[in-house]
Unconditional design. Structure first.
Length: 318
């Protein structure tokens, strides 16, 4: 696989970024992605400054490969965590779930490269105006928190590419090499995956969740919209279907039960934030195998289209 502007910027072997999933994106997990040639992200939004410091120290003991940090702005528990990120020499930060102007200047002042996660063109333009170095363009197929007005990755990536030449990471609905080839063809410089990495041997979640993803189909998720500003895509279970029918409910209370599902394996005990791509995931394997398979399939896909591209003028003329 050839280098992209993203691999040059991140220093990773492959342009494959691990989504900073809450309670999952720890140093133990993210380091394994970086060691396998991808780019691991440690989620720090919910941690105290001391906890963030401990994770960053641990990350450096587990990998000598590049990694980054995600700060979910709306859930930032301890503003002092930003000081820790700066002091520990983190080189790459993604921000999400909030106003990109809030932290971008502070982080860039420390020499940190900043990408912001965006769900639509308006948000992308706001982030670009705030001075971000790049964007994580997340389609509505992805799991977790969503803008209620869902825009698919297929539409969103080329749309935003038409408005900027800054690096783009495509997220939402990607789990394999064909998806990565499609994302790059649409104008992205790399991909971010969450649900595919949940279905890895190293993911620190209960096997019941992994097997639920493997056993799901293309209609296996549901979007819950508790109010006009916020939505979440989650696995379809009896609990989440009941919540969808109910409409209004306390999302914070539902998320407070995440530990029971994520680590206890009670699939009706909470809500499992998963993407539509779960319907295409058929196995649980190591992070290294996931990345190796993606790269091999990407190369095969590009090779398959190369001769077609070369003959395109002749075919169009015939």
């Amino acid at each position: 696989m050839q280098a992209t502007p993203l691999t040059a910027l991140l220093g990773s072997r492959y342009p494959i970024v691990q989504a900073p999933m809450g309670l999952i994106a720890t140093a133990d997990f993210a380091s394994r992605v970086s060691n396998a040639g991808g780019f691991g992200l440690v989620g720090v939004g919910l941690g105290t400054a001391a906890q963030v410091e401990a994770e960053l120290i641990k990350m450096r003991t587990l990998t000598d490969r590049p990694f980054g940090v995600n700060v979910a702005l709306a859930f930032l528990r301890d503003p002092d965590a930003v000081r820790v990120i700066r002091e520990y020499g983190v080189k790459f930060v993604t921000t999400s779930a909030g106003d990109p102007a809030k932290l971008t200047p502070v982080l860039k002042e420390a020499g940190i490269t900043v990408f912001h996660v965006v769900p639509n063109l308006k948000a992308a333009q706001k982030a670009l105006d705030a001075g971000v170095d790049g964007l994580v363009v997340e389609g509505g197929e992805g799991g977790g928190f969503k803008n209620p007005d869902l825009v698919s990755t297929m539409v969103l990536v080329p749309l935003i590419r038409d408005h900027t030449d800054r690096p783009i990471v495509a997220a939402g609905g990607i789990c394999d090499g064909r998806g990565m080839a499609a994302a790059l063809a649409l104008g992205a410089d790399g991909i971010q995956m969450g649900t595919r990495f949940v279905c890895s041997l190293e993911a620190p979640v209960h096997d019941n969740w992994k097997q639920a993803i493997v056993g799901s189909d293309d209609t296996g998720t549901v979007v819950l919209k508790p109010n006009a500003r916020q939505a979440v895509r989650t696995m379809k279970t009896q609990r989440t279907q009941a919540l969808a029918a109910k409409g209004e409910f306390d999302l914070a209370d539902e998320l407070s039960h995440a530990q029971d599902l994520y680590f206890g394996g009670n699939m009706e005990g909470g809500i499992a934030l998963s993407g539509q791509v779960g319907g295409r995931i058929g196995d649980v394997k190591s992070i290294a195998a996931i990345i190796e398979d993606i790269v091999a399939e990407y190369d095969a896909t590009v090779a398959r289209f190369t001769p077609l591209a070369a003959s395109a003028p002749n075919r169009l003329a015939s």
